[in-house]
Design a binder for this molecule. Structure first.
Ligand code: NAG
Ligand code: NAG
Ligand code: NAG
Length: 461
């Protein structure tokens, strides 16, 4: 009876392996000479698929099946012989051995099946994401090509759909989620406090725009809290889609309305590629980490000129000390009432968050603080009034801000301020002190949160 059961699981298993090939599914979009839009959905055949171990997996299972068959026929033959000649001790020993071998094989197959089932679930999830993406692409008209944009980016582009589409090499992501429960409750302050203070609450996220293509899964968007005008103002919205290996396009939108409608007034092409989602805009410059380096860049928005570049001393980069989300979020730049900051880690700090205040002109480090918050245990961080706040999880819908570190006192502590990841994949959180809002990018959605500051202090303990 058990034999039937394991053969049945085996056929499920073979079926599962075929499903694995869909791991290689991909979607392409192109224009043909007559200007029509083509969508190509490609799925590699099981033979071509370079899925880790899919073929060798099949071979292993098949050879186990052969072994099982051989053992079973030995068992059956042994049983026949046994009835004819009488059961000798030696014969029985052989049968025992064969039986335990078969049992071992069966439990191994059971384990393989469970593992493959888990892989299938993961692949089905990814397939669903891709299908959704394909569906939304099908509903969009084709756009201007990237090349024409590069050469004439002075012109107002039609809109921002699907730029960089061919460049969809994802930055690697880690999916570890470490939820840290805070032990201290926040002590709320007065309701009409307007000065600099401690963050007492974060409102519900408001979505302003949903990215239309896979390149918008994560990115950076914000407004300059201290614009230098007249070309760009506090109404100008900036956006970088951060999916891809060579991220260089900075979209500028006249105001939130144009932004929500996906109509940029300009696309700036950056001189050096951007790493991840840590960029920020401040006093007429874009500040960002150059890809694959600890080099910080200040790019002057009005003159479109690389104004300063400077290495952030000892900073880990490209996956050494990212946030729990991964995505090469090693160096996160932030702006608050007190200026420009870098949030990162070093090997000396052994992965704990290090905060440096930077000179916004030269990018030199003015002062540095070492916290004892493990950078890869929190999902994101931002600065408000000289204090660092960390987000506990990037996926949990009802999460918290779980730590605060005050650079004025050099003291950090656990807190618990409710924070919502409405779309369950929050890749960027930044503070705009002029608007007193958080800007965030949550799973294709560009959202803002109102925040409330208070004079009250955290329960000192
Ligand atoms: C808040 O406003 C109320 C009335 O508007 C005032 O009486 C109160 O003193 C204010 N509280 C603080 C802390 O400013
Ligand atoms: C921009 O600045 C003006 C003048 O200070 C202000 O009235 C307006 O609310 C600001 N707009 C935004 C979006 O912050
Ligand atoms: C999240 O919190 C809201 C209220 O703030 C509540 O209505 C909702 O059920 C919570 N969701 C989960 C998953 O806990």
């Amino acid at each position: 009876m058990w034999l039937q059961v394991s053969l049945f699981s085996l056929s499920c298993l073979l079926l599962s392996i075929q499903t694995q090939a869909q791991d290689r599914a991909s979607l392409h979009r192109s224009n043909d000479p007559s200007g029509r839009c083509h969508y190509t959905f490609t799925v590699a055949s099981p033979q071509e698929s370079s899925c880790p171990g899919s073929n060798s997996e099949m071979d292993r299972v098949l050879s186990r099946l052969t072994l099982l068959e051989a053992l079973v026929s030995r068992l059956l033959a042994g049983a026949d012989e046994g009835t004819m000649t009488g059961v000798g001790a030696k014969r029985e020993e052989g049968l025992q051995e064969a039986y335990s071998q078969v049992t071992g094989e069966r439990s191994q197959l059971q384990q393989d099946k469970e593992r493959l089932n888990r892989q299938i679930q993961e692949l089905q999830r990814r397939l669903a994401e891709l299908s959704q993406e394909a569906e939304s692409l099908r509903q969009k008209p084709c756009q201007q090509t990237l090349t024409s944009l590069d050469t004439q980016h002075e012109n107002r582009p039609a809109n921002d759909h699907g730029y960089d589409f061919g460049n969809s090499g994802y930055q690697e992501m880690k999916a570890e989620v470490t939820e840290i429960s805070a032990s201290h409750l926040f002590h709320e302050g007065s309701h009409n406090f307007t000065g600099c203070g401690e963050l007492v609450s974060v409102g519900d996220p408001v979505s302003h725009r949903k990215a239309e293509s896979i390149t918008g899964k994560y990115g950076v968007w914000l407004r300059d809290p201290e614009p230098q005008g007249p070309q760009y103002t506090n109404n100008t919205v900036w956006r970088i889609d951060a999916v891809g290996r060579d991220v260089r396009h900075l979209f500028a939108y006249e105001d939130m309305d144009q932004f929500s409608r996906g109509l940029p007034m300009k696309v700036l092409v950056l001189p050096e590629p951007v790493e991840s989602t840590g960029a920020t805009v401040y006093r007429g410059s874009l500040y960002y980490q150059r890809r694959l380096s600890r080099t910080l860049i200040r790019y002057d928005l009005a003159s479109e000129y690389l104004a300063s570049r400077m290495d952030l001393p000892q900073a880990g980069f490209h996956g050494q000390h990212p946030y729990s989300w991964g995505g090469y979020t090693d160096i996160d730049l932030a702006v608050d009432e007190q200026g420009l900051w870098a949030i990162y880690s070093t090997s000396k700090a052994r992965g704990a968050i290090v905060i440096s205040q930077l000179n916004p002109e030269s990018l030199e480090v003015k002062k540095t603080w070492e916290t004892n918050i493990k950078k890869n245990s929190v999902a994101n961080a931002f600065m408000v009034c000289g204090r660092l706040y960390t987000v506990a999880s990037y996926t949990v819908p009802n999460t918290t801000l779980n730590f605060v570190f005050d650079t004025a006192t050099g003291v950090g502590q656990a807190v618990s301020v409710p924070f919502k990841n409405k779309y369950s994949y929050n890749s960027m959180v930044d503070y705009n002190h002029a608007e007193r809002k958080l800007y965030a990018w949550d799973n294709f959605h560009m959202v803002t949160y109102d925040i409330r500051l208070g004079r009250a202090s955290h329960g000192r303990s």
